[in-house]
Design a protein around this ligand. Structure first.
Ligand code: GLU
Length: 325
């Protein structure tokens, strides 16, 4: 948590005052928190902005929250680790891998990572230009594919798919690593044949792509994908409903994860408690801030899809609500 800079003399006065301060008084000091999100046309950006909007309305907590755009899940967890971010949104697979030190976090378990709550579901979304000839996952071989920027969750999940298929970067004629917010225009401009996004629906990026070029959502439901879902507890089969995007009227089978909200064990209990309280005390308002939040159920968010231990500040609120023991 970054606090206001203040003079050494003032700090001394505060320090002696703090010795006698009640916990409530500690909140008299303004606290600044930064939440890592994703690209501006994704859903994480709205998650972060929405949480901040509710936190900034709290009258007594004295927390100032901001939620800048970032590279996505992996960048957010790395930002929390380095102290640049206080909290962030991260895919449930990335949360699991970071906490346990597996896959791209091999040998680097981040055991200070703490779960706060689960948010919306995120199917792995493969969108291809209609004129590319791509109708299945295997058709990506030899094509120009945006596999995602390093730091994004999709880059991480796409690697799991590539490993299961035995693919490398050379499998594609071009493996671009554009930021999430850049891929829709790259598809429309015919700089790539397909884009990969692990994202909640509906979202601005797929909307932008499908309204500017004839593009199709491609199913991911073959043997290798089924193997991935069977092997890892944090992946599950998922469907992108038909009718959300122009030219895509049918349901599309794929697999996916959940978006989760995470922090570090080092984050202040009271700040996390107030952040969680701001969201769940105003849950109807929160759910109205994006259509991907529509079907969220508060108690499930507190208990499902989390692999790192719950942060104490979050657990305190959930206990008060009777959602956990
Ligand atoms: N799941 C993506 C990632 O982790 C971000 C999706 C979004 O911004 O909504 O990078």
């Amino acid at each position: 948590m970054k606090r206001h800079a203040f003079s050494a003399a003032f700090a001394g006065t505060l320090l002696s005052a703090a010795m006698f301060a009640s916990p409530a008084m500690a909140q008299d000091q303004e606290q600044f928190i930064t939440i890592g999100t994703g690209g501006q046309t994704g859903v994480y950006y709205v998650v972060g902005q929405s949480i901040c909007r509710l936190v900034n309305r709290l009258e007594d907590a004295n927390i100032k929250c901001n939620a800048p755009s970032t590279g996505g899940s992996v960048a957010n967890i790395n930002g929390i680790k380095s102290g640049e971010l206080d909290m962030g949104v991260a895919q449930s697979d990335v949360q699991y891998q970071a906490y346990n030190g597996t896959k791209s976090f091999e040998g680097d378990a981040y055991t200070d990572l703490r779960a706060v709550f689960r948010v919306h579901g995120e199917p792995l979304t493969l969108l291809a230009r209609a004129d590319s000839g791509i109708t299945t996952l295997d058709d990506l071989v030899g094509k120009r594919v945006n596999i995602g920027n390093p730091g994004s969750g999709q880059r991480n999940t796409m690697q799991v798919v590539m490993d299961a298929k035995g693919w490398t970067m050379d499998t594609f004629s071009l493996a671009s690593q554009l930021d999430a917010a850049e891929q829709a225009s790259a598809l429309a401009d015919n700089n790539i044949d397909a884009m990969v996004y692990v994202v909640g629906h509906p979202n601005g990026s797929i909307q932008e792509a499908t309204t500017t070029v004839d593009a199709r959502l491609i199913p991911l439901n073959d043997e290798e994908v089924k193997g991935i879902v069977a092997e890892y507890p944090y992946y599950s089969a998922s469907v992108i409903p038909g009718g959300l995007y122009k030219g895509n009227d049918e349901d599309v089978e794929t697999f996916g994860v959940a978006a989760t909200f995470v922090t570090t064990v080092k984050a202040d209990d009271e700040v996390i408690y107030q952040t969680v309280k701001a969201v769940f005390d105003n849950f109807d308002r929160f759910k109205r801030l994006h259509p991907a939040f529509e079907n969220l159920v508060a108690e499930e968010m507190a208990t499902q899809g989390l692999s790192a231990p719950l942060h104490d500040g979050a657990a305190r609120y959930y206990r008060e609500q009777g959602w956990i023991k």
